[in-house]
Design a protein around this ligand. Structure first.
Ligand code: SF4
Length: 312
């Protein structure tokens, strides 16, 4: 079914933003979770799983899937949806690339997702650290596929993207996060069209790299605005779209305007597929890196199938 008007868009907003049943997850307790946590501590690595208080951490870490956040734990931006702390970050850790590679080897990762805080204070925005991490991973765990999720490198986007793309990650992800109308309140330090251009730039440099982007729903966006974002992404030749429910990390952050139902997520997913994305993940608990390895394998197979049929 492709018509969202025929499915319930949302439940009425619960009192005091109580989460609906489909959002609740179990507290993490497994042995695998504990081992992943200990390894991250031992190697002094930050993860977005913890910093963003991700609801999937129990499931992901039990399966030894963690998203490493490089370049420190302090971000130079203050987005209204994000739980990562804001301030003046410290020195770049020169051992970090080797530690990321060690973590990938010890966790036995087939696919790794690397992200970072925004580092507007650095001359290259932190691009060279992404390059070093990719190089270390290629050297130490050559069969691990690499997905990076970068900031927008405001004011230095072109050289940053060129450097990272030259290092050849398998997937380049940069999230648009929300619809353009909500940027001034939700993502005030960023520009919607600059983020789109970044993703276009990746494809211009190397069309073989998969591009990926995501939006959070429940921030007050309208259905047609979401469809427009999908069209904008397809115009930028983005391969993979993720859509998940925004959850408010603390009362200081932007409020949840609605809890989008699983049915509405399914309908959005069907529309996105019809618009030609190679891969779509749309559910309340979808996050950029959720099931990233399995989704990457499916996306690669989908591209091969399209190429076999003579389509781009
Ligand atoms: S979905 Fe991503 S951020 Fe959340 S726990 Fe899993 S890997 Fe970490």
């Amino acid at each position: 079914m492709n018509d969202l008007s025929s499915v319930p868009q949302s439940e009425p907003k619960p009192e005091r933003q109580r989460k609906p049943d489909w959002i609740r997850v179990k507290a993490p307790t497994s042995k695998g979770y504990g081992e992943t946590r200990q390894l991250m501590r031992d190697l002094k690595l930050n993860t977005v799983c913890e910093e963003a208080a991700c609801p999937n951490i129990g499931e992901c870490w039990t399966k030894k899937h963690a998203t490493v956040m490089i370049l420190g734990d302090t971000c130079t931006r203050a987005c209204a949806f994000c739980n990562v702390k804001t301030g003046m970050p410290g020195r770049v850790d020169v051992d970090e690339p080797a530690h990321v590679a060690e973590a990938a080897a010890k966790l036995g990762l087939e696919h790794i997702v690397i992200t970072s805080v925004d580092r507007d204070d650095l001359p290259d925005g932190g691009a060279s650290q992404f390059v070093k991490v990719i190089e270390e991973l290629r050297k130490n765990t050559p069969s691990t596929t690499i997905e990076i999720l970068t900031p927008d490198f405001r004011g230095k986007m072109r050289p940053a993207v060129e450097a990272i793309v030259t290092a050849r990650p398998d997937v380049y992800n940069h999230n648009l996060e929300t619809v353009p109308r909500l940027y001034p309140t939700i993502r005030p330090g960023a520009r919607y069209y600059a983020s789109l251009r970044l993703l276009e730039e990746v494809k211009n440099h190397d069309p073989s790299i998969f591009t990926k982007s995501g939006v959070m729903l429940g921030l007050g966006e309208e259905r047609l605005e979401v469809h427009q974002v999908m069209d904008d992404m397809r115009s930028a030749d983005i391969d993979f779209l993720t859509m998940g429910q925004y959850l408010r990390p603390t009362p200081k952050h932007a409020e949840v305007k609605e809890f989008v139902t699983p049915q509405a997520f399914n309908a959005y997913g069907a529309i996105a597929r019809a618009k030609g994305f190679l891969q779509v993940a749309a559910s309340p608990l979808t996050r950029s890196s959720y099931h990233a390895g399995e989704d990457f394998a499916e996306m690669r197979a989908a591209r091969e199938a399209r190429l076999a049929k003579g389509r781009k």
